[in-house]
Design a protein around this ligand. Structure first.
Ligand code: Z5A
Length: 207
């Protein structure tokens, strides 16, 4: 598999949507073929799983059910989008990947690392992201950004701030474990600064 696998991670209101625009513009300006995708989702069945996972009407799910649904969607995503994109030599940019499962289900829901690692070995034994940009913002600041957004909170955004704190700590811990793969970006800074930092990381790792 050639190509380059770039993932974007962060907690609520970290600014991933904004970062995706910066990344697309940077790749376009350099004529790099790329595709943008997201998790959970990125395929037709994956998007249906996403609806189930995010819909507040789904109510509580056993954490292991939630994790397995994330990986069911990921398995389709790997087979239909990520592997073919990489094989075609593209930069595949995914808004979230397995680090999100480690943070949200492993730490947030309290499942621990083992089931996430076991499912990762089944679904993508041969492939991790080449680069992961972690947008890090204090929980309260992120929540303040998304408060008042139309449509109301999804199933995850309804979680308590202690859940979000566990998610944030797990992401930072993962970044410490894998400093080669992760670039942590202080997403509490003004947008212009965050965008500059993202471009600098791309320049350093991808140019
Ligand atoms: N999930 C999981 O549990 N396990 C898994 O394995 C996976 C996912 C893959 C859906 O993800 C949910 O699935 C997610 C985790 C879970 N939980 N939630 N919630 P998602 O990525 O689709 O949803 P999200 O994280 O909520 O994304 P988002 O709401 O779109 O947030 P964002 O993209 O990070 O934020 P944004 O829309 O770019 O920015 C929010 C606002 O802040 C907006 O008005 C911006 O203009 C503003 N903003 C952004 N950056 C700044 C700065 N630097 N300064 C000031 N204002 C800013």
């Amino acid at each position: 598999m050639s190509g380059f696998f770039l993932t974007l991670e962060g907690g609520e209101g970290a600014g991933k949507t904004t970062a995706l625009t910066v990344i697309s513009e940077w790749l376009e300006s350099r004529g790099r073929p790329f595709l943008l995708t997201r998790e959970p989702g990125g395929t037709q069945p994956g998007e249906r799983i996403r609806e189930l996972l995010l819909d507040p009407d789904t109510g509580g799910l056993a954490p292991m059910t939630e994790l397995m649904l994330m990986f069911a969607a990921r398995n389709e995503h790997m087979a239909r989008v990520i592997r073919p994109g990489l094989a075609a030599g593209k930069v595949v940019v995914s808004d979230r990947f397995t680090d999100a499962s480690m943070a949200y289900q492993g730490a947030g829901r309290g499942l621990g690392r083992a089931p996430v690692e076991a499912l990762s070995k089944l679904v993508h034994p041969d492939r991790l992201p080449d680069l992961t940009l972690l947008l890090d913002v204090p929980v309260e600041q992120g929540l303040a950004r998304i408060r008042g957004r139309s449509g109301g909170p999804d199933r995850f955004e309804q979680s308590e701030s202690s859940f979000m704190e566990r998610v944030r700590s797990a992401y930072l811990e993962q970044a410490q474990l894998e400093p080669e793969r992760f670039v942590v970006i202080d997403a509490a800074r003004p947008l212009q600064e965050v965008s500059d930092r993202i471009r600098a990381a791309l320049q350093e790792r991808l140019a």
